[in-house]
Design a binder for this molecule. Structure first.
Ligand SMILES: Cc1ncc(COP(=O)(O)O)c(C=O)c1O
Length: 467
């Protein structure tokens, strides 16, 4: 019998290294099924290790079923159909870091790190960590009562409606909220989605057996006749700032939608994702504030108003769906950690969220005004609208430009910007139109970024052929 030769190191226990060595030899078939392993005594002597170390390694191999023992005969390699063993390598952290590919980022998603102050949050984390129970206990499936209470109070003062904490569920983003909702509605439900709209929702629904139908927008919001004709059961809308057009649904439309929901046994999913960012006039109350018959499923998120990385969002269910949730909630634990929820609740309750909102609102407004100034200085025929969209505006190019050349210019100049076309399910807009996001782009880069953006448009203009 061949004895093993192992070069031990100090990285782990000797028995672990012996165990690993034998497992590897079983996988690479150096130790074939039925092969007898050396006796513990012989091997310990050969490797100059204690018999106890060999015993521990063999015991581990036995419990994992790599070897079997025969009384008074010894240990043998088990007959196993082993797959190729995955190579154990540690990926270096650099491999996962995405390179910053853009010089200027006009995304609407994300927040500005310039106005992001974590000091108050740090304090809340410190205070919460003194309470052991946030680590030893679990949060309720619907989320921390402290956080739900704090959010309820915030909604009452800022979004104009009161709700019961028992109808609120904390979760970790719109995707998780939809996953929950899919378990609460009729399996035959058809979802209506705003067109143009937030395409991620179509992707979530596309992963299930539910159907979705894009619904056109009128000047004042989603087309109600289409909801009726297409037999929609649930419609997702963004009434405070329609995404991406920025339309604010007027009260008339809101009441018509509620009437549709009552008459057709439908539900309205109100995605109130960034209503905090309104720079003129009074805040627009949520549709939920006039939902007297419990037809609105309200979804809120802190991804725009505080941090997309924190992953805290929430949903307020109408009574009918809340009853369904109560039946299944034990299957779905809250995906946000207890600790994060308690710290965030503390931070909000101290009034820090309001302070943060005031600061960011002023900052984003200044950024928006600076962008508009840059556009006004241009000698091109451009139209800006959607100033009520929150963290982006819409820029329509009324010049005759070559779309391919424009795309190439933007890419050559390393400008990240979305085209409005991409938010339609089925439409190519007559004029090239862009979503000018200003949440990520730092204030001190705006002028240079705009100069390069406008140059990218100008140099994509089709040559005027003179006769
Ligand atoms: C239209 C819309 N709804 C909802 C969200 C919030 O998404 P989440 O809470 O998953 O971060 C966003 C964020 O960008 C959004 O643009």
């Amino acid at each position: 019998m061949k004895l093993f030769t192992i070069h031990f190191n100090n990285d782990s226990f000797l028995y672990e290294q012996l165990y690993e060595y034998i497992v590897e030899k079983i996988y690479d078939k150096t130790l074939k099924p039925g092969t007898k392993l050396p006796s513990k005594k012989k091997l310990s002597k050969h490797l100059n290790i204690s018999e106890n170390t060999v015993d521990k390694a063999y015991a581990q191999l036995l419990v994992e079923g790599y070897i079997y023992s025969v009384e008074r005969s010894g240990h043998f390699v088990e007959k196993l159909q082993l797959p190729i063993r995955p190579v154990k390598t540690l990926s270096s952290p650099q491999e996962r870091v995405t390179k910053k590919e853009y010089l200027y980022d006009f995304s609407y998603a994300g927040v500005d790190s310039e106005v992001f102050d974590v000091s108050g949050f740090e304090q809340a984390f410190k205070e919460v960590s003194k309470d052991k129970t946030v680590f030893t206990g679990r949060s309720l499936p619907e989320g921390s009562l402290n956080l739900r209470t704090t959010i309820r109070d915030y909604l009452f003062s800022s979004r104009g409606f009161s709700c019961s904490v028992n109808q609120m569920i904390i979760s970790s983003g719109t995707d998780y909220l939809y996953q929950l909702l899919f378990n609460l509605v009729k399996k035959s439900s058809v979802f209506g989605l705003e067109n143009p709209g937030y395409q991620r929702i179509a992707k979530y629904i596309g992963q299930t057996d539910f159907k979705y139908i894009p619904i056109s927008l009128d000047e004042d919001g989603i087309n109600i006749n289409e909801l009726i004709n297409k037999k929609i059961d649930l419609v997702t809308i963004t009434p405070s700032h329609q995404f991406p057009s920025g339309i604010i649904y007027p009260m008339k439309k809101r009441l018509e939608l509620l009437k549709w929901a009552e008459e057709h046994d439908g539900f309205i999913i109100e995605d109130d994702y960034d209503s905090e960012f309104r720079y003129r006039g009074k805040p627009i109350p949520a549709l939920k504030s006039v939902d007297t018959n419990q037809r609105v499923i309200y979804m809120g998120s802190f991804s725009k108003s505080f941090s997309p990385g924190l992953r805290i969002s929430y949903m307020i269910l109408p009574e009918e769906l809340n009853k369904e949730y109560e039946k299944i909630k034990h299957i779905y634990p809250c995906p946000v950690s207890n600790f994060t929820q308690e710290a965030f609740a503390k931070w909000m309750a101290k009034g820090e969220f309001y302070k943060h909102l005031n600061k960011t609102r002023t900052h984003y407004k200044q950024k928006m005004e600076l962008i508009i100034k840059c556009i006004e200085k241009s000698d091109m025929n451009l139209k800006v609208y959607g100033m009520d969209s929150g963290l982006h505006m819409i820029l329509e190019i009324l010049e005759d430009v070559d779309r391919e050349k424009l795309k190439m210019n933007l890419s050559d100049n390393k400008i990240k910007i979305d085209m409005l076309d991409d938010y339609y399910y089925n439409k190519n807009l007559k004029n090239p139109t862009m979503l000018l996001g200003f949440s990520v782009l730092p204030m001190n880069e705006i002028e240079n970024a705009m100069e390069l953006l406008l140059k990218s448009i100008k140099t994509a203009k089709k040559e005027v052929v003179s006769e």
